[in-house]
Design a protein around this ligand. Sequence first.
Ligand code: SF4
Length: 519
Amino acid sequence: MFCFQCEQTAGCTACTGAAGVCGKTADVARLQDDLTGTLVALARAESDGRGDTESDGLMLEGMFACVSNVSFDPKAIAALERRVRAKAISLGEFSSYDMRLLWDAQEDIRSLKSLLLFGMRGVAAYAYHAQALGKSDPVVAAFLYEGMRAVGSDLDMDELLPLVLKCGEVNLAAMAALEEANVSAYGKPEPATVELKVEAGPFIVVTGHDLHDLKQLLEQTEGRGVNVYTHGEMLPANAYPELRKYPHLKGNYGTAWHNQRKEFKDLPAPILWTTNCLLKPDESYADRVFATGPVSFPGAHVVEAGEDGAKDFSALIDKALELGGWDTDRTFAGINGGTSVTTGFGYDTVMSVAPAVIDAVKSGDIKRFILLAGCDGMRKERSYYTDFAKLAPSDSVILTLACGKYRFNDLDLGSIDGIPRLLDVGQCNDAYGAIKIALALADAFGCGVNDLPLSMVLSWYEQKAVCILLTLLHLGIRGIYLGPTLPAFVSPGVLQVLVDNYGIRPISTPEADLAQIMG
Ligand code: SF4
């Protein structure tokens, strides 16, 4: 096998051999390559640059199924490849792409095509969630065909670089569509303090990103005596009025995805996986795993959508009733010992206090905003982000999003002039909200984003982080700190382009980076 798409890739180089660090087998890796090659064929078959609804859906599903920690199931991937193949064949001549040509290509070409392909996988994940709520942007679908044709073509660096940046531009549209879909379905997020406590009695833990799945589960558990808790990237669900109105959405259990084995081992409850961030379960809880959407591993209880998109969670609810939960209430703590966290500081909330924020900057009470955001992961060097948050001076405000925040979101960082020093904007896709906040602040101060007292310190793990990084580059944002390691698929030549044009730099130590940022 050959896979180097995520941050935990073996030796910071590539996963080869029988299985990847994530547990993905060589069999699954090969089938994902076959699926990707067949998606190139589908893009070629849609040569007018615009597919039909079925092709669009297959493209999103196929790309999403190849994101890290989504599917470990060879049967599910093979079945999806057959569906894509059948569609491509129905459109005319079938011409699939052999992914070994990409992995064996000259290193800068391989690097740029990988940036494009992995970025598109992230874009597809966001578009998939928006589509579940009936929102799509034709620009996104058209680009996925264009980008996949480019992956399968003989292009040089000058032709590939603009496409990589265009991927970032298109991702902005995908995230905008998802935000619009979420807000119209669930209302504008509002600040919420979320307890890390589980009440006695039956319950279900929901992880992943798909709010539509959570909403359907909340409806179906109403009056059943089963409480629901968020986990990982589902935490910001507690901020949406149309989700928090359900009294049995009780709060959040656990932390980020890589702690699943520890957190789920003795849980007297089933867990629903709605999207990526599935850590291959061990035997202690494999029979309590329910998977839906593109998520899958062999033996999982799979909840399929019906013709109308509705999902029947009755088997999951029955499992929760059977397991019964704990006899007494239990209080848990984040990794720093805090027993509650906050969320819901999206664009509208932050903008509602914009005059106070501007005054605080002008008076010098707030010296700097720091976007400390991105994915969490296993690497011990990620303690950098906890230390950074603890060391950030009291005149700085930290904006965060995605699951990397579990490294520090249970810390009490206090407030400045009534403005909390830690503002959780939401899930990774809510990077769109953070970008809007930055643009609005730049507008208020009459300067460009790069001239704001704002620094970005990002942590990456998988392909959604790749497309968000490309969006920031598309917007011309310079001086991003990236960690905990640089992507293995960025060649020295491509890294030099990113350093020269965007000033990207690897994180060093919290002390040194903070000194540079605050100075
Ligand atoms: Fe390795 Fe990451 Fe690929 Fe898994 S997703 S095989 S850990 S590079």
